[in-house]
Unconditional design. Structure first.
Length: 1052
């Protein structure tokens, strides 16, 4: 640390705190001088780190001023290795984000003293705060770490390993990762702002060889004439000229004999690049070859200079500099990239290289001329093949001046909507052939015990880390898991976060690229790094849910199954894709069941599909290699359907959707996800229309209980867009049969306030609704669960009955013919008379509330207690007293819950599962932030006692906690605060506590059977709860109510 930083460190924390508080508290408007002074005096602002990122030499004050000139919404650089503005903003609550407004995130963090707010994905703010007690330290955990923690070898996270008894400085680790990133960027650049000019290494004799010059006139008369004049002006070297005339420059074609006497003319295709080029190169007879496209103009003496150098140095490849005069920062093409498998070769640089090259005829004969099967990629491919066989001698003089962007085909307005040959993605096709040795990969023997998950990502750490964490959390069952993260040219900031993954999870490999190869090629380039027999292509914007992988792997054991996918869900809870289906009249396929409830996919188990989506696609390694992966001609769209078609052409079989496997897809979160959708659709139609059209959507919808009654174009396209527009089916439910004579099969929608997965998995409402839906199905009903953001899904009008489990949010029933039943299970104070009156029937889990509000509002409100699921909550799940002595499962609710306070104060051996407890109880009591619903019943049964309490309003209105039903049904002994009706429902298996002494007494008895009853008695009480208060009983009650309401309507 230099003297300036030592001075700042000694006094900066105090001055920074005082200044930040002054600026933040005195006025919401901050002067630039205040901002500069705050940064200069704050040791948390690392001016050297900032200056390194922006590539300038800056002292503290200049760095502070430069930083403040950034756009806060798009910062160029981080103010500290431990402050990531993007991560900080993503973790802010909506309230804090609103409070911040347009302020710079770093300055806002300092001013508002949000020390408990995480600031960097690699720094464990919560853990460091707990270990070091830094809440009152200026800068919180980060301030403490910068001031003394790093110097003393303190731990910044749980994955950096000790070295000589000390933990490494996380800042140094991040700096090292940035240095590695910079080293990867040190390859050739496409363009430079200037060149180091030097005399050409001319030979002492005149050039002896002959040059075949191939002139591609292109599409502009003016540019073509300038190019032709530049060729004609070359002196000092013998030439033969071949002109490619595409019929787009008639005035120039007329003067070819005059400008370039003796030139041969080859007719080219106005809409395709390669046919005329292939013909021209096949006629080469000179010692050297030079290619020039319309719009590129050679400087005088250029050709003689290159031939002289080639002959003097004995070089088969010589290049000079290409200049774009209208550019400044990207003016000169100078560098020559290496061409070897695995090297990231910038496409524009290699494409430009061909315009700069002088090629010896023997080398051209050795590598072969342009290929006619790679469209626009022919020049890139030829330059790659040439430079892979010979080193390029660069003459540092401008020899080519580019007058305008090169496009040797028909002007855009006169061409078809898409020419499949006129695609830059052909260069990715070349990369796929050149840089991946598919033959060698095919000779490998993959490991049958390994599942390889490939996750490509581009400049996104938040979603990618989340995707990896979810996969690792759930594992692969009996198989071994490996994850290959392909980094498609991310920034230094993101790259460092990705580099932490192998340290956290040894099963993860991270492979960095310096350029973005997009989805198809990015996935393919990762294949050489996988070892497993099963390959899972998984988007980085996904979250795998529990139990997702094993059924997918098992499904591939059937040799008739070509590939599988899980049920892809939107974060809101509805289906994003249940496979891909095709309309009966041809055209584009679409995602099955998009925006429908996941329960509707049950009929698709075992259904044969003709294609799947690539967001979570599971294949056999040998099939991936046989198909040579995804076709990179597609750019982030349709490559998955194309791959399925190509795989189906190799051998018989069909595709499957495994509906028991679920993955949340945060679709459209990836940058540039839909930018080229029209182009991809046209490529697909050009390739497959009329060849492979499965036309299978009618059967798929029938399997889900729907009939297709019409079609409509999605988005109402007009003009040329209709050519590549997807259609959507117009559906109607199939007639439903009666379960029992007189009892129809109704479609039920259960509305809950919980969000979709994965967050919604932590809500009790989610599991309550699913259990109720299962019980309704056992009665022959059709039932789906709608999470909060899917309440108004497009298929909602297909429902017959809507049951709203009233929780945090209000649902507004519509007078559309559906029967609306409200069931108030929590937050009764939020319910108004208007809301109560909007339902056909209103039920309440609190009998007292039901009675009082019914009398007050003059509305019928019937009591219906909460319920339990006997499948998950029963005494056979575990042995009594084999688990925690005193157990509580629940969140803090951001309050000091009395029963937990009393248990801690009494020194009971308490174990808490839930989040939000840090401010209220010591950390050692909290065993985990979450307990899965499937584990809950066993833990209740195994516990010595289970604790329970109620919100005050719930207790006063007789709303018995659902936890009590679950715990007693599990065969647990329970201690709870009192609530009306408790003894009548649960008997003596639940003991009421009123004082801390009661809590100690009931939880510490040598023989708990004295008050809770014997285990035989507890089992009997559990069976009674199953019978009287199981979801089957509640489903029967709800069905009776729905039938009663239908009968009323029939009579009216």
């Amino acid at each position: 640390m230099d003297e300036e930083l030592k001075r700042i460190a000694r006094g900066g924390l105090r001055r920074g705190r005082d200044l930040a508080r002054k600026v933040y508290n005195d006025s919401p408007l901050y002067s630039r001088a205040d901002d500069v002074r705050l940064l200069v005096d704050c040791p948390l602002f690392d001016h050297e780190w900032y200056a390194e990122q922006v590539g300038q030499r800056l002292d503290r004050k200049r760095a502070a001023r430069h930083y403040l000139e950034q756009d806060p919404a798009k910062p160029l650089a981080q103010p500290s290795p431990l402050f990531d503005p993007e991560f900080f903003l993503a973790r802010l609550t909506p309230r804090l984000r609103k409070q911040m407004g347009d302020q710079d995130p770093f300055l806002y963090w300092l001013r508002a003293e949000l020390w408990l707010q995480p600031t960097h994905p690699l720094f464990d703010t919560d853990g460091y705060t707990e270990r070091r007690k830094t809440e009152n330290f200026y800068g919180g955990a980060i301030g403490h770490y910068v001031d003394r923690g790093a110097r003393n070898g303190r731990r910044a996270n749980d994955w950096l390993e000790q070295v000589d008894g000390r933990f490494p400085d996380l800042r140094d680790w991040i700096r090292d990762r940035r240095a590695e990133w910079q080293a990867r960027q040190g390859g050739p650049k496409t363009w430079r702002p200037d060149i180091d000019r030097a005399p050409a290494p001319l030979a002492g004799r005149e050039p002896a060889g002959t040059v075949t010059v191939i002139v591609d006139l292109g599409a502009s008369d003016e540019l073509a004439r300038a190019t032709l004049d530049g060729v004609a002006a070359q002196t000092g070297v013998s030439t033969e000229i071949i002109v490619i005339d595409r019929g787009l420059t008639p005035s120039v074609a007329e003067v070819i004999p005059e400008v370039t006497p003796g030139a041969r003319v080859v007719l080219g295709d106005p809409d395709r690049g390669e046919p005329g080029v292939v013909a021209a190169f096949s006629q080469v007879s000179g010692d050297f070859v030079a290619y020039v496209a319309g719009g590129d103009v050679w400087t005088p003496g250029r050709l003689a200079r290159l031939v002289s150098v080639a002959e003097a140095a004995g070089r088969p490849l010589v290049a000079d500099v290409l200049e774009r005069p209208w550019q400044e920062e990207q003016r000169f093409a100078v560098d020559v990239p290496p061409a070897s498998p695995g090297t990231d070769v910038p496409g524009p640089l290699m494409r430009t290289l061909l315009s700069r090259l002088l090629i010896s005829a023997p080398l051209l004969a050795e590598v072969g001329g342009p290929r006619d099967d790679i469209g626009f990629g022919w020049a890139y491919d030829l330059a790659l093949r040439l430079t892979s066989q010979a080193t390029v001698e660069v003459v540092p003089e401008v020899g080519v001046e580019r007058r305008q962007g090169i496009n040797p085909r028909r002007p855009r307005q006169d061409r078809l909507p898409l020419d499949p040959h006129d695609l830059e993605s052909w260069e990715d096709v070349v990369r796929n052939r050149t840089f991946i040795d598919w033959n060698a990969l095919g000779s490998r023997t993959p490991d049958p015990d390994v599942v390889s998950v490939v996750i490509p990502t581009y400049d996104d750490s938040l979603l990618t880390v989340g995707a990896v964490e979810a996969v690792m959390e759930h594992g692969a069952g009996e198989k071994r898991l490996e994850i290959v993260v392909w980094d498609n040219g991310s920034s230094a900031r993101v790259s460092a976060v990705l580099d932490s993954l192998p340290l956290r999870f040894p099963e993860v490999k991270v492979v960095h690229s310096t350029v973005n190869h997009n989805f198809a090629l990015g996935n393919n380039l990762a294949i050489p790094y996988v070892t497993g027999e099963t390959v899972v292509f998984l988007n980085n914007d996904t979250t795998a849910l529990a139990g997702w992988l094993e059924p997918l792997v098992s499904a591939l054991e059937d040799p008739e199954v070509l590939a599988v996918q899980p049920l892809l869900l939107y974060p809101s809870g509805s289906v994003q894709s249940a496979g891909v289906v095709f309309p009966p009249y041809g055209g584009l396929p679409y995602n099955m069941l998009a925006e429908y409830p996941p329960e509707d996919a049950a009929g698709l188990d075992g259904h044969p599909f003709s294609a799947l989506t690539g967001a979570a696609l599971v294949m056999r390694y040998r099939d991936v290699v046989a198909c040579e992966g995804f076709d990179p001609i597609f750019t982030n769209g349709m490559e998955d359907v194309d791959l399925c078609h190509r795989l189906a052409a190799l051998r018989p079989g069909s595709f499957r959707v495994v509906t028991s496997s679920e993955v949340v897809h945060h679709e459209s979160k990836s940058k540039g996800r839909f930018a080229r959708a029209p182009r991809n659709r046209l490529i697909y139609l050009d390739r497959w229309a009329g060849r492979t059209e499965p036309r299978d959507d009618v059967a798929a919808w029938a399997a889900c209980g729907y009939q297709v009654v019409g079609r409509a174009a999605a988005g109402n396209p007009t003009g040329p867009a209709k050519t590549y527009a997807a259609t959507r089916p117009i559906l109607a439910p199939m007639p439903r049969a009666s379960v029992v004579e007189g009892i129809p099969q109704l479609r039920w929608s259960i509305k809950i306030s919980a969000p979709g997965a994965p967050e919604g998995e932590r809500w009790g409402d989610t599991h309550f609704a699913r259990a109720l839906a299962r019980s309704l199905r056992r009665l022959g009903q059709s039932a789906v669960v709608d999470h909060h953001y899917e309440w108004e899904r497009p298929s909602a009008l297909d429902d017959d009955v809507v049951v709203t489990l009233r929780g945090l949010s209000r649902y507004f029933p519509a007078p559309d013919g559906r029967i609306n039943i409200g069931w108030v299970i929590s937050h009764p104070d939020a319910v108004t008379r208007a809301e109560a009156a909007s339902f056909d029937r209103l039920l309440a889990a609190g009998p007292i509330w039901a009675e009082r509000m019914s009398a007050r509002w003059g509305i019928r409100i019937d009591p219906l207690l909460q319920a339990t699921d006997p499948e998950l909550f029963n005494p056979d799940r575990a042995l009594p007293d084999s688990g925690h002595a005193v157990l509580f499962v629940g969140t803090s609710r951001d309050v000091e819950r009395p029963i937990i306070h009393d248990a801690v104060s009494a020194g009971l051996p308490l174990s808490v599962y839930g989040h939000g407890w840090e401010p209220y109880i010591p950390r050692h009591y909290v065993k985990a932030q979450f307990m899965s619903n499937t584990r809950l019943g066993a833990e209740y049964r195994a516990a010595g006692v289970v604790l329970n309490d109620h919100w005050a309003d719930m207790r006063d209105y007789g709303f018995i906690s659902n936890r009590l039903f679950d715990a007693v049904a599990s065969g647990a002994r329970v201690i709870s605060d009192d609530v009306v009706g408790l003894r009548e429902v649960f008997g003596d298996t639940v003991q009421v506590y009123e004082t801390p002494e009661d809590l100690v007494k009931w939880s510490s008895m040598p023989d708990p059977s004295v008050v809770f009853g014997t285990d035989e008695h507890i089992r009997a009480e559990a069976a009674r709860i199953h019978r009287d208060h199981g979801f089957d009983a509640r489903a029967r009650s709800l069905l009776d109510i729905a039938l009663e309401e239908r009968a009323k309507r029939d009579r009216s």
